[in-house]
Design a protein around this ligand. Structure first.
Ligand code: AMP
Ligand code: MG
Length: 409
């Protein structure tokens, strides 16, 4: 089997995966971290009335051109507007956010005024037309597109909908994801280790990343390397889950049964991807769910999840194409140390990037780069992405880095 470029694998996969077809109507209060299933147009102008950006006095600019002292006709407070008319030669005491009287065309901040003994106000400078007035619709026009279908409802978007008085939204369903680890050698934390056994790391990594992606998780635990048990469990899991994610058993060892079982149950592609760590990776369709088979090595499992499964789940969850394409954008940095790299696979080395005194981004490789060395992640904040055809990298050469997104923080 020849090696497939990561880019090609990703494109094949995203091409096959559909956007969600169902949606549900939920209250805005319950919508954090959900994906919008509708375009939202503003039902209001924002602001919905002309209001003051300052504490001060609402005036007519023309009046002050003639006489710099005006009498006070009344007050306009936020939530308590001035309801009479402001006659020529008058001003209105006004607070930030309060409605500007219809006759006024500027607000002068109180620091630029003097209140006289008789209650009149003297203005110390000539205001400009419209100064300190936030006009109707200046932020958002009624009917304008506010948020597009596929937007994530988070701290930058959800309050915007609240400011428009939108109480319910249509969102895509949360993805149901079944997970399991395979391997006779695996033991769950809390149990003693016998000779030759190791603790299951991958389910923790996968579960935590799925939580960050706001998926509903169905945890099927550890499966010993037994093809009949695989068949039974996969069949059951895919019945209710949208996606099944396994780890281990996808290479060519004698206990690697994932392949045989999946070929029997569904339509599965086994890929050797030209990436390091990573390489063996399975993607396909079971009767009722999508399937991703991660490699067993914990670093490989994490890297393939991040690079392949993450964008796939973003698409299945209904995110915008822009979000899917930019789930973890790249930067360029100078490497502080030489990097070992063999031609033929795209490397995702772990690194720590920072800005040096000259304001340049520098990246330092962290720890040993083997696919079984998990501890290096802890001190890293990015992947150093080295192109497939590149060889060893000398100190101070430019390299592409991919800062970890929220999944790895
Ligand atoms: P496999 O792909 O099943 O051959 O596994 C490759 C390597 O990863 C072996 O050294 C396994 O022991 C190890 N491995 C597999 N699954 C896990 C897991 N869930 N947690 C930690 N190590 C694992
Ligand atoms: Mg195994």
């Amino acid at each position: 089997m020849s090696l497939l470029n990561l880019e090609q694998a990703l494109a094949n996969m995203l091409d096959r995966l559909p956007l969600p077809t169902t949606q549900e109507q939920i209250s805005l209060d319950q919508s954090a971290n959900r994906i919008l299933a509708e375009d939202i147009f503003s039902p209001l102008n924002v602001p919905s009335f002309d209001n003051s950006a300052m504490d001060g006095y609402a005036v007519r600019v023309e009046d002050l051109a003639e006489n710099n002292t005006l009498t006070v006709a009344g007050k306009s407070f936020a939530g308590n507007p001035f309801t009479q008319t402001m006659a020529k030669g008058q001003c209105v005491r006004i607070m930030t956010g309060a409605k500007v009287p219809a006759e006024a065309n500027a607000v002068v901040m109180q620091e630029d005024t003097t209140v006289n003994a008789d209650g009149s106000v003297t203005f110390n400078c000539q205001p400009k037309l419209n100064q300190n007035i936030r006009r109707v619709g200046e932020d958002i026009k009624q009917g304008a597109l506010v948020l597009a279908k596929g937007s994530l409802l988070n701290v930058t978007t959800l309050p915007l909908l609240a400011s428009l008085g939108i109480a319910t939204v249509s969102v895509y369903p949360r993805l149901k994801v079944a997970i399991l680890s395979t391997g006779d050698e695996l033991v769950s934390v809390g149990k003693p280790l016998n000779e030759g056994q190791i603790y299951d790391t991958n389910r923790f990594a996968v579960r935590l990343m799925l939580e960050k992606l706001n998926c509903e998780i169905m945890d099927y635990g550890i499966l010993p390397d037994d093809p009949e048990l695989f068949e039974k469990t996969f069949t059951e899991a895919q019945r209710t889950a949208d996606v099944l994610i396994t780890s281990g058993g996808v290479s060519v060892g004698e206990a690697d049964f994932t392949k045989d079982v999946l070929e029997k149950l569904g339509e599965i592609g086994f890929w050797k991807i030209a990436m390091k760590p990573g390489k063996p990776f399975a993607f396909g369709r079971l009767e009722k769910s999508w399937f991703f088979g991660l490699p067993g090595n914990p670093v490989s499992a994490l890297v393939t999840f991040y690079q392949l499964v993450q964008p796939a789940l973003l698409k299945l969850a209904g995110n915008t194409p822009e979000k899917i394409a930019n789930f973890s954008p790249n930067l360029t940095a100078y490497t502080s140390e030489p990097l070992k790299k063999s031609v033929g696979r795209q490397d995702f080395q772990r690194g720590f990037f920072y800005e040096n005194e000259q304001g340049q981004l520098v990246v330092k490789p962290i720890g040993k780069q083997g696919s079984h060395i998990f501890s290096a992640f802890n001190e890293s904040n990015c992947f150093i992405v080295l192109e497939k055809d590149r060889g060893n990298v000398a100190v101070n050469e430019k390299v592409t880095i991919q800062p970890f997104n929220h999944l790895l923080k």
